[in-house]
Design a protein around this ligand. Sequence first.
Ligand SMILES: [Zn+2]
Length: 865
Amino acid sequence: MAGGFRFALALGLMGAGLLQGQVTSPEKFFGFQLGSDRKIARWDKIVEYFGLLEKESGGRLKAVNMGPSTMGNPFLLVIISSAKNLAGLERLREVNAKISDPRGLAEPEVQKLIREGKAVICQSMSLHATEIGGTQMAPELAYDLLSRRDQETERILTNVVFLMVPSFNPDGAIMVADWYQKTLNTEYEGSNLPWLYHKYAGHDNNRDAFQTNLAESQYMTKIMFRDWVPQAYLDHHHMGSYGARIYVPPYAEPVRPHADPLVWREMSWYGAHIAYKEEEAGLSGILNMAQYSGWGHFGFHWITPFHNTAGMLTESASAKLATPIYIHPDQLRGDTRGLPDYEVQTTFPNPWPGGWWRLRDIVERQKVSAWALLDLAARNRETVLWNAYQKGKRQTERGVQGKPAAYVISAHQHDPLTAIKLVNKLLGQGIEVYQAPRGFTTGEGMRYPAGSYMVSLAQPKMGLIRYLLGRTLYPDNEWTRARDGSPMRPYDMATDTMFEFMGVRVDPLDALVRGEIVKVAGPVERVGKVEPGGSAHAFDGRLNDSFKAVNLLLEKGVAVRRVDKPSQGLLPGDFLVGAGAEKVLAEIAKETGVDFVALEKEVTQATHEVKRLRTGMYQRYWGGNMDEGWTRWLLEHFRFPYTTLMDAEIKKGGLNEKYGVIILPEDSTAMITGERRAVPGRPGERAEGPRRPEEAYPPEYRSGIGEEGVKALKTFVEKGGTLVTLGGASNFAIEKFELNLRNVVANRSSKEFWCPGSTLKVKFDNLHPLAYGMPAEGLALYLGGNPAFEIIPSAYNERYEVIVRYADRDLLQSGWLVGEKMLAKKAAMIAARCKEGRLVLIGFRTQHRAQTHGTFKLLFNALIR
Ligand SMILES: [Zn+2]
């Protein structure tokens, strides 16, 4: 902005007595302009700066430490508004909550609340920590809001409560800044981090919004889904370097149904203003309504529309972190949804011509988009709030009129403790849940026991409930197929049906049940019971938490046995503890919720002692492997001890001395061995051209177990070890161990076979120890690129056992499946004997993002004997 203009406006406002004290500029504080070439402000300095701004802001900025991130760094919520608004923030929060959930309010009351309320806008930065623009921009955005004296700024502060999360991933922000510093002035300057930029999740931290396994997700859901329901949310990301300079809202087709239509119109409305403001500022390369479809995975910006928040994202072209990148005009391309060519079109009227592209360019475009959203909300405060009321009211009405009317989570479940986890996850989303203190019968004649939960659709988050608890089919139409008829990959998942992932039975009801129900006030905690007496105790092998109990018992030196044949009402897979451990059992019952049942007499026939196999968890570089990270998360949460195993140790051999089982997480053979160049990321992803400089890693981070590693793993198995291969890593096992198995979906065209992120019906052989505790039938999560197996006839057929098999027909529960006959009746999980050891090949995603509770046990069973 020109100095003269700012001066004139400052004078204008001085008369109104609004001039504040001096606020320290980022340039002064950090010693450089944020976004400058080859400079990254570190998270601790940014936290310090917000602390300073809070002191200097005259009550217009509040920096709230939400708590520690996964690795113990402060997770900040920065609230910016007028001093008057911040002084009365709690009242504004109440007003916002009532407008967003207007049940029981008469319209005049709502009108009054709207006059009193403020537009609540949330924006978050650099969730993906290598996408550094947002976090570098945030201090400057705050500074501008506090130091600019013009009417536009004053209107924003007066009319908007701005909830800013300056880093969604503080740990990653620090890792990336340090990595950049370390590689500065080397040939690897600007290269990406060789490991995950979050302790467990890496890029997948944006796939956690509905399951909230991570501390960061839990803070965000508290901010956005419970404490506040913002009217709009904008999440700032980066994308590849060779297309548009910044994508801004709205999304392209297809969109998910069941949100209030206003939410999609709002995104167009905000998006138009954002794009317009960018052009007004003379910034080129702005693209909207393209590239990112409105139906995506349930990450934060894609789940928020179903919370009645206009949930949007920006995606900026990446530089090489803070190092500029040069792009030739002929390297620029469209080739994406809604931008077939890099040419002028309505939603892309001003293509960027090419040249040097810098972090500062990103910071500027993001700042304009962030500001534009605040500006439009401030100019239209009453409309924004009226819409918030409308969305909440109409979604509730749709819930009243539509079918189903409610979902019931029966107290009778295969794994009731996991059902409680589902209830708690729903509460975390701000969804209302009720519980029936007595048993009841539905109009359809279904009988439910006391303690069953009910989720009515007659509430503002109706759309969200339908997706988390109702079967979901991804559209197969002209928006989802390319011109040649081949299916276009959805953004990651074709479904996020939480109850299916978790293996919890949820029933839709056409009508609400009359009778006593009680609102669940807070997270449900269950303390397990220890039945007194008896000569031994048994606990249920169907519960995931029983494995945690097993691990806790073994940690305390208490022996555990497992039942192999039914007896005394016990099932294969149930666990047994001898007499005398009651005190320990009481502690564990409290910690896990598991019940311990007293047995009249000890069971000795057909049981075996549970031995934990010493677990090695393979980890590689090349940016890290998210599936590896989530597996670690899962093992830690169920108290399975493990050792991270890297290339050097595998290559060295002698693995049997230290390990009983080695887990290879989902990966391609090329990435595991390092034999060939491969693009890091999920298999099935579009292969790209030669590795770009920013994707090159220093030699010590180009991992791969090599031929020696393959040999060492073979020796390990032949001498009695167990090798567990998850998802695509099973292809590695087939190839390198020369198994008599064939991946039946390998090399199929997408028109022939296609199944992105979907739940499929399978049968479990629950008499086999690897499937102990599983139901006879259930669901498995299949993700594109996962293998399914056929046993090739040979002289060694008996070495192979099918543990999980796809159903005969009608496989698809939720998502998208083309070519079901390819999978029908085929093996989904196989155990293969190999001399003294064995391989366990799990073709589907048994522990996907620590979300698929329904199939965790298949992995757990492989880690014990
Ligand atoms: Zn991103």
